[in-house]
Write a new protein. Structure first.
Lengths: 273, 243, 273, 243
């Protein structure tokens, strides 16, 4: 059964320390309210998988000391440039980096979705990424001659976490064309979702809506979170809060500034929630 | 055409490289390549398909984040753009960092899809406005994606040209070297030599990058400015005073 | 560019003899009008790929002598039982059979969709299917020990052919939850579609509709075909014509009966079209 | 309970095998297993999820034909049903044909997903109403999917039981043999021996398959009859006089 009456804090409590957690980029539906709750509960040793990159979520979790390992094709805050806490951690060597490339992350998740141990992939050969990824292997095309491939092992997150516009009481969640969220839910052992609204109708009842819906079958729990993606945006609903993100970017460039940001916007009496 | 802005020159120059193609994709955070692709589309009378990542209106993908890569692997994308924190004379690109990995002194965002798309898309245009010997280096510190590959590696794609704020280079995959194609108005070969960290070839006489004609300029400032503003409002406001 | 003003016969003319053609099962949107046109034009040596099985389409094409190779997980006419022309051809040995299994066909198409040469798969080992499929290989899991796998080569059809409820002038085609049709279109070199109606609005403009839409990017040509799936049904639009299918089933049990069926319903002055 | 129809007995017997599970999938053309799954769901107070292929209402898949198989491979389906043109004493099943492949004398529709799901779904229930030595053979002519696999083959799934119109067999994966569990009312062990082409084990005293109690029968004839009628109207009309 899917529970749709969870509070944000309950979701954060169900994501254990050390979990491998798949997160979308800033444009694809970020459960920011849960990210703040994870920081509040002092989550530790998370292994973040950016699908295929992460933005503010990754930067905040890294800055707050929640992250042990970062597996991603990039960390980016879009137009603002580079993510400050990530940059700092990379320079300090304080987190383990598993630098990847977008299609390899998608392929690894697809392998998990299919229950197969790996997916062969083109490209990558000759990239230094391959030199530093002990978990990737070189292989040969058994259907060709002297045709090297890279073999990407399945990425099976413990948790997929994201935010959607709508979910229903059965845990069905509408994602529209954001199919990478469906891939995450299919691949992960548990999927936690926040939704702008929880509706009473069955999102699978109408085929037009169903076509963009993750079935509750894959969903562990849903919590309602109005403006749950804030300060990043939610496609079709609201734009990013550019002023707030710019302020974050400025504050997060120093350790002190970042701590002040956390105090004001994460630890403060649930201003945002 | 002295009132042509540098951005407009680049848009027109890149657009010329896309003529006759069927499908051009443009990654996030790429307003100039995006505008160039939209310009080529406008002139193609609908023959060119443009997938502008980050745009709701100018992207046709419906299968999630993987679709761009699957599409490229199937040969359905003719041209794409990549940049680099460092680019070297063999067209290797570095989107990871400067210094010894993983604890790099300078860290870039990461390789994104470069380690895939650079191999698979026939015409990859390297684009980096900053043309300094900090960016254009003799050898990149980290190869996110190599400019060329051994013969046995499946690689229908690779670098076609390098466009900077000062000039355009062509890339020769056999020679593994760049050749200076043209220098933008107001810049000189001497200046390019001084600001390029890698060695490159050049013809006896290097032409100037052509400035767009009045019709093209009008198109850029009109329809293209409006179209690109959906995805890059700040860029459109700054360059075209249109948002 | 996608052409949306084609006639049925033009689509059939653009599917060459010898083409490897991917077809859906009877419940997933069959371009029956084009199938009849293919028979009328005397198509030869087709290699049918059932995705993952075929029904009436396969039986008719086999009966009419259009098929050289049949690659499918099954040929079935649902409740009526076995497909009569297929059974006859199998007994006669008049077509080459590539018996497969549903997930291997999906995996082969996914490999083509991803531009990779093969996909590893669980199961199948110890099945006689593997003994008869020279194109499948056994492999080992390079990430495990003594963990055999089956490697399924990419299936890249020359043509995907199916029928949908709606397409627009840009060749975008709405398929709802029938994502196997999208997989076919992604995997195939060319995709031909018939649609109940061609609409003037852009099916990608609204994200709710876009979520169930194949972009025109993958579509070679679209022809309007009212009742284009008849006599099989089209989900959400019309049910199968059970009486007609039962009549087919009876007639197709004999060579003469099948020829009479063709004369009455395929060669006759476009009764159905 | 002498007015219990054979179909109702089978529905109730199969439903009992599904109690406590989280997710049962049922393939096309399977009205009795489908009704059994719906019965278990009704009694589970919503704890059991049923995916009834071919139903609009009782299937939750939104990722196309591959989803059932991906779902099974990930361990998200606890039980499934397979049949067979032939089934042998080692639980090998043949959905391809009788005689030498490919030019078989008798041709069945094909293997569908059996060569995958039989390996991956923990509780596969073999269901075939026809119980004759034509179907239940010493050795199948073609193995669509084997009953058991060597230890090194990844195989979390496999045969759990064989339900026919005459009886229920359990399958022992270690011994690779069926054991007669119960005989349906009106049938005898002797009759089963005569109509079964393979050898099997049996206890000293073979119980009768229990008939459903009044409450279960009412549920089958009421709600389940209505639910199954969406996908199998002919079956529902015939058995429950409800369509």
């Amino acid at each position: 059964m899917v529970f749709t009456s969870h509070e944000i804090e309950q979701i954060a409590a169900r994501i254990p320390d050390g979990a491998k957690i798949a997160l979308p980029p800033d444009y694809s539906g970020c459960a920011m309210a849960v990210i703040r709750a994870l920081i509040r509960r002092g989550a530790k040793n998370l292994h973040i998988v950016g699908v295929p990159s992460v933005g503010l979520q990754g930067d905040m979790l890294i800055g707050a000391g929640c992250v042990a390992t970062l597996e991603t094709a990039a960390v980016t805050m879009g137009e603002l440039g580079i993510a400050p806490r990530f940059i700092n951690a990379a320079k300090q060597g304080s987190i383990k980096l598993l630098d990847g490339t977008c299609p390899a992350i998608h392929a690894g998740l697809q392998a998990a979705e299919k229950g197969i141990p790996y997916m062969p992939l083109r490209g990558i050969l000759g990239s230094d990424l391959l030199e530093h990824r002990d978990d990737w292997k070189r292989g040969e095309n058994p259907f060709g001659e002297d045709d090297p491939l890279v073999l990407i092992p399945a990425i099976k997150p413990d948790v997929a976490l994201f935010h959607v516009a709508k979910a229903d009481r059965k845990g069905n969640a509408w994602i529209g064309v954001r199919r990478e969220l469906m891939l995450m839910a299919h691949a992960a052992k548990q999927t936690f979702i926040t939704a702008e609204e929880i509706v009473e109708e069955d999102l699978l009842a109408d085929e037009i809506v169903a076509a963009g819906t993750i079935p509750g079958l894959y969903v562990t729990a849903v919590a309602e979170a109005k403006q749950g993606a804030w300060p990043v945006g939610l496609g079709g609903r609201y734009a990013p809060d550019a002023a707030h993100i710019a302020q974050y970017y400025e504050q997060a460039r120093s350790d002190d500034g970042f701590q002040r940001y956390l105090a004001d916007h994460v630890y403060a009496p649930k201003a945002a929630e | 055409m002295s009132d042509c802005k540098p951005e407009e020159l680049l848009i027109a120059a890149i657009a010329d490289m896309l003529t006759g193609l069927r499908h051009v994709a443009v990654g996030n955070s790429s307003p100039i390549p995006g505008a160039a692709a939209l310009l080529t589309r406008a002139r193609s009378k609908g023959e060119l398909r443009v997938s502008l990542l980050g745009s709701r209106k100018h992207t046709a993908f419906t299968d999630g984040g993987k679709e761009l890569f699957d599409c490229a692997a199937e040969g359905r994308i003719d041209a794409f753009f990549l940049g680099g924190g460092q680019i070297d004379g063999e067209a290797n690109i570095n989107l990871v960092g400067i210094g010894e990995y993983p604890q790099t002194k300078v860290r870039f965002p990461g390789s994104f899809g470069s380690a895939y798309l650079y191999y698979l898309i026939p015409r990859v245009i390297l684009f980096r406005e900053e043309h300094t010997d900090r960016v254009l280096v003799p050898k990149v510190d980290f190869i996110s994606a190599p400019g060329t590959s051994p013969a046995n590696v499946y690689r229908p794609g690779g670098p076609h040209a390098l466009v900077t704020g000062r000039c355009i280079f062509d890339f020769d995959k056999q020679a593994k070297r760049f050749t200076l194609r043209s220098v933008h108005p107001g810049h000189s070969v001497q200046e390019i030599r001084e600001n390029t960290g890698f060695d490159f070839d050049m013809p006896a006489s290097v032409p100037e990058t052509p400035t767009p004609d009045a019709e093209t300029l009008a198109l850029i400032r009109g329809r293209i400015g409006e179209e690109i503003a959906e995805t890059y409002p700040a860029f459109a406001a700054r360059v075209f005073a249109a948002a």
